[in-house]
Design a protein around this ligand. Sequence first.
Ligand code: GDG
Length: 463
Amino acid sequence: MNRLVTVSNRVAPVRRGGTGAEGGLAVAMQGAMKDRGGVWFGWSGNIVPHESREAKVIETGRISYATLDLTQRDYDEYYTGFANSVLWPLFHYRLDLTDFSRRDMAGYHRVNAMFASRLLPLLEDSDVVWVHDYHFIPMGAYLRQAGSRQKLGFFLHIPWPPMELLLTLPNHEALVRDLCAYDLIGFQTQTDLYAFQQYIREEAGGEVLSDGRIKVFGRSTMARAFPISIDTAEVAKLARTAEHSQQSRRLKESLAGRQLITGVDRLDYTKGLPERLEAYQHLLASYAAYRGQVTLLQIAPPSRGDLADYQQMRRRVETIAGHINGGFAEFDWSPVRYLNRGFKRQTLMGFLRLSDVGLVTPLRDGMNLVAKEYVAAQAPDNPGVLVLSRFAGAARELDGALIVNPYDIEGVGESLARALSMSQDERRERWDAMFKRLSRYDLTAWRESFMTNLDAAPCAAAA
Ligand code: GDG
């Protein structure tokens, strides 16, 4: 089998049990390269005075971890700047939070070109290269320019924005042109795929064929939706085992028979945390019977804390959480437990299993793995209820959830009340269909589906 070369911004040799801080991508890629062998290539996470001349390589079993350091300037312009202050907000429909500058755009391209040039010497002819996410959209074009003849695939973990939003990006055409240098382009959902296809047809004057092929900018590529999933069996097992752990027992005892609602999200403005807290506040204000009877556990590990928009959102979340506790708490009950820290993966899955409600209400999310993990972690005979934003990619698959509009604070509050009082029969019925689906379409199925399509896609370099 051909080696798989994975390229992603952060390379996290994921340790057993997790470090407690990894995001969706690291968790999702945990098993991806075990079978074929290969290279995982990306940023080391280090900032150093001088650019790396070559990648630092660490071999672990059949996988080589190859990393490059960034200079402060690279980090500011490529990572904090263009990737996280332009592409991230814009692709999550937050035009109001974008902060475009030509300097950052140039830095983004410089780092992509540098990474491509350092990756090239590590590649073997028969390798298949799979590049992940918005940090590296132009990487494929730079690899091709530098002479790469390998099959190149790209998967976008975040949404693709509607055409009219994308047009606000001054370099939209160059970005899409570079994206089309890949042989296969994967999106999370059909909605994202349609938005991309609309741009290709209406803005770039290209052609979208019924089999997913795209003809544009004088070349041909393939674009499809590949909704990412989780290792369903692993999560179910972790949760089952963790149910009897000391932490789970402590959590259960501390609840003293109260119902538990749990949210787990990186502290990010896309996750809708202020709105979620307000919805919970609405529940307590409008359904007095739940006062003293329910607890919201919000786990929110900090993320991108050097960006002003994140600091501001964090203050807002803290203010609302404080306000709810101040207004509703009793001397023996706090309505909100808000934790700015990460937990071991197993501990987290144990907490999800104990939760009567999984509350996942992003304002916009590529997929949202927590929603899927919540379903996989439930006890089959007595599962909890998933309350899920319609704006998470996962809502397209998890139709047994109570689907909510996170902007409708009162509506989410009402759905919480409905979830907390749902009969066991209805809970089981809703859960069953979702769990079956996640068991069929798990992380391995996702990976294989992408890889099969990449293997079958014609390689532009061979043309
Ligand atoms: C991006 C896209 C897309 C969270 N806290 C802890 C912890 N986590 C784990 C969760 C889950 C992952 O991190 C988060 O994944 P999400 O999908 O929810 O969100 P993003 O980080 O924004 O991921 C997203 C994803 O990429 C994959 O394509 O679904 O739309 O935005 O697995 O469980 N893990 C541990 N401790 C924590 O405290 N160990």
